[in-house]
Structures are given as C-alpha cells and as structure tokens.
Design a protein around this ligand. Structure first.
Ligand code: NAD
Length: 263
C-alpha cells in the first residue's frame, strides 16, 4: 500500500482523488491538506469526499508520513509542495495549472532530488491528442490555419487552459514555430486579419463544463477537427492516481503523463 497525501484536498479535484483513493487498495490516504484558513479544515476527508468517516482530518500542514503527494491547488501551493517533498524525499504528482516559467523552474530544480510528474491534463485521451496534434500539424503543412478552442466551467481561474497551451506547444514544436510568440489570443477589432504561422487560442467559460478541447485545422476546401471532451473529473483523478502508483518507484527526474502512460 502506498501512503498518499493530497494537497488541495477540499477542491473539486482533491475531493474526487480522495474519494477514488479511498476505494483503491493500492493506497492508504494518510493526509488531506488545504490552505490555512480554509473553512473545511478539521473536517474528516472521508465524510467530505465519500460520505464515510475515515479518521483523516483536513489540515493545513504537509505530513512527512506520506510516500507520494498529489497536488491540485494553485501555483503557489504546488511550489510549497515541491519544496517540502524535496526536503523530505517524497515523490510528487502536480496537476495544478497556470504556472509561469519561474514557477516551473522551481519545480524543475526540485526534480534534481525527487521524481516529479507535472501534467496539465492527466487523461489518456488528451495525452494521445498531444501526440496527434503535432503529427497532424506537421503532415498538413502551412496551407492550413490552426485554431484551438477550449471550454471550461465558470470557476476556472487560469486561461487559456494548461491543456490548450500544451496542445499549442506540441504544434509549434512540430512546425518549428516560436512558442509562445506564435499564439494569437482571441481576435477583436477592425484590423484582425489572420496572420500566417500563428495558432489562434480561444477560451470559453460556460456553466459546469468539465473540459473540452478542439484543435481545428482549416484550408480552402476542408476543415479537420481533433476534439476531446472530458465528461467527469474522475477521468483526471484516475490519471493522477495512476501517476502516483507509477512515480512511487521512479528515480529523481522530471516526468510527464506520456512517460507515465508509456506513449
Ligand atoms: P479548486 O479551486 O476547486 O480547488 C483547489 C483547492 O486548492 C482549494 O480547496 C484551495 O483551497 C486549495 N489551495 C489553494 N491554494 C493552496 C495552497 N497554497 N495550499 C494548499 N491548498 C491550496 O480547483 P480544482 O478545479 O480542483 O483545480 C485545481 C487545479 O488543478 C487547477 O490548477 C486546475 O486547472 C487543475 N486541474 C488539472 C487537471 C489535470 O488533469 N492536470 C484537471 C483538472 C484541474
């Protein structure tokens, strides 16, 4: 059994990861951590996430008892996890998005000492889409315009989504375009003609949408669309637990979900 801690445990993702980990014999949930001042501190995570008390209270301090830590919080939370895990030698899975380059660099530094999986999207389907988007972009050549449209729930803080940015990065890499300079976020005004060698990026915020991503390629005469739709957060939560099982036995290093899934 892997002793598991969840950071951001009271959030939408944290609670689903807790609920699924409690049903999974591979894990013993030893800590549920959220930010100082969170109104649910002190509550039993089993009661919160799965309707059954399990004797693990939500706290605001990380536990060295854990053998793997999963973080779905905010960038500052992910950084504090990385510092803690580096000090204690605990493997870390980071699902938090919206990190800037400086924050990613802090995680990379920690990965010299501990294994870290960082993935903007933990679903198998989206990680396949990352590969496909690059391959399709390369095969189609420069006659095709490329636009990415992502839709998420109204509570999502960062935009565009980490997944949309990763899709664009894969395409830019396949086409040897400068990333993120090739991005064109939204379009407005009288002088908004599409520019060559750019990827249009559009973030829609709509109700309770879990997460939709479309990569559209259009030329004069045809359109191709690669689309992924997540119906439930459990898709990501299962992926995070899969990554936690995988990383428990890996050497120090920087890994993504393609490494975990062997893609
Ligand atoms: P949420 O707002 O519902 O939950 C975030 C939780 O983290 C909250 O309970 C909040 O109190 C807590 N938190 C914030 N700062 C903290 C800190 N410094 N220390 C400890 N806890 C802290 O958000 P969510 O929908 O659960 O998403 C969380 C993150 O995961 C977002 O960045 C989101 O984009 C990302 N996400 C990633 C994937 C993936 O597959 N990688 C899937 C869904 C969401």
């Amino acid at each position: 059994m892997i002793k598991l801690a969840i950071h951001g445990a009271c959030g939408r993702m944290g609670q689903r990861i807790a609920a699924l980990a409690l049903q999974d014999e591979a894990f013993q949930l030893v800590a549920a951590v959220d930010r100082s001042g969170h109104p649910l501190l002190g509550q039993d995570i089993g009661s919160l996430a799965a309707g059954k008390e399990v004797g693990v209270k939500v706290t605001d301090s990380l536990s060295a008892d854990a053998e793997v830590l999963i973080d779905f919080s905010l960038p500052a939370g992910a950084i504090s996890c990385a510092q803690f895990c580096r000090k204690e030698g605990i493997p870390l899975v980071v699902g938090t998005t919206g990190m800037g380059e400086a924050e990613k660099q802090r995680l990379r530094e920690a990965s010299a000492k501990i294994p870290i999986v960082v993935a903007a999207n933990m679903s198998l389907g989206v990680n396949l889409l990352f590969k496909l988007a690059g391959q399709v972009a390369q095969a189609l050549g420069d006659a095709y315009d490329i636009e990415i449209v992502e839709t998420h729930h109204r509570f999502k803080k960062d935009a565009p989504s980490g997944t949309a940015l990763e899709l664009a990065r894969q395409i830019a890499q396949a086409k040897s375009w400068d990333f993120p300079a090739c991005l064109e976020h939204g379009r407005e005004g009288k002088e908004s003609l599409r520019r060559d060698k750019t990827i249009g990026m559009h973030a829609v915020r709509l109700g309770d949408t879990v997460g939709d991503h479309s990569v559209c390629f259009g030329a004069l005469g045809e359109t191709i669309e690669l689309r992924h739709s997540a119906h439930t957060r459990d898709t990501f939560a299962h992926g995070a637990l899969h990554a936690a099982r995988w990383i428990a036995n890996q050497p120090a290093g920087w890994y993504n979900m393609c490494d975990v899934l062997g893609l």
